[in-house]
Design a protein around this ligand. Structure first.
Ligand SMILES: [Zn+2]
Ligand SMILES: [Zn+2]
Ligand SMILES: [Zn+2]
Length: 218
């Protein structure tokens, strides 16, 4: 381990600053020969409260967040803090430009369970009805729709469209017919359309697939 790696692992921002100063000009991307870990890997993995400061110093000095260690992990893959330090974890992940991790929210309805798993809810309310939660939460875990969310579905009882995918929308283009289009815009409008939904044999796959799709499109 180089001195920079040690300083990074312990989140010693003062040491990092000295080592990266023109006086020392340490290469921030120098990797350990055995593990291929860089100082950035160690800073990200360190649970020090100064970890975000250490990470931003290293990034500013040109540390490359795309470098892989011997287990093919990027620095951001190593951000692993206990659940009680979620704000810190979110801060770290945001430095890497990564996905935000939300705190577990017990009041959030489970897409798979209870009333939210009913056929009626899935066909007419899932990503149709507006969410009433005032605080920020993980949209991909919430069956309701949020301002600006692209999983939004038109209520099949109010809009007249079929379960057939819109050819324009499928090509990734903006459909000229907009909300008045007679075809389904997106997989959810197609799959959860009553005409399509009622013919589906295994409805349990739907909840999982919905979750995966929401994550992929978030
Ligand atoms: Zn919500
Ligand atoms: Zn269309
Ligand atoms: Zn199945």
């Amino acid at each position: 381990m180089t001195p920079l790696m040690v300083a990074a692992a312990y989140g010693s921002v003062a040491c990092i600053d000295v080592l990266l100063s023109p006086l020392h000009l340490v290469d921030p991307n120098r990797a350990s020969p055995s593990s291929l870990s860089t100082a950035l890997h160690l800073a990200a993995a360190g649970a020090a409260s100064a970890a975000p400061a250490a990470v931003s110093r290293l990034l500013a000095a040109g540390a490359d967040p795309t470098l892989l260690d011997h287990l093919h992990r990027r620095s951001s893959d190593l951000v692993a803090l206990p659940p009680n330090s979620l704000p810190l974890k979110n801060h770290l992940l945001s430095l890497f430009g990564g996905r935000k991790e939300w705190p577990p929210d017990p009041s959030l309805p489970d897409i798979k369970n209870g009333a939210y798993a009913s056929d009626d809810f899935r066909m007419y309310s899932f990503k149709v009805r507006a969410c009433s939660r005032a605080y920020s939460h993980d949209w991909t875990e919430c069956p309701f729709v949020h301002p600006g969310e692209n999983a939004w579905r038109r209520d099949p009882r109010k809009y007249h469209y079929s379960c057939v995918p819109c050819p324009e929308f499928k090509k990734g283009a903006r459909c000229r017919r907009g909300d008045m289009c007679e075809y389904a815009h997106g997989v959810f409008e197609s799959w959860l359309h009553p005409a399509q939904y009622r013919t589906r044999l295994c409805k349990d796959d739907l909840a999982c697939t919905a979750r995966l799709l929401l994550r992929a499109h978030a």
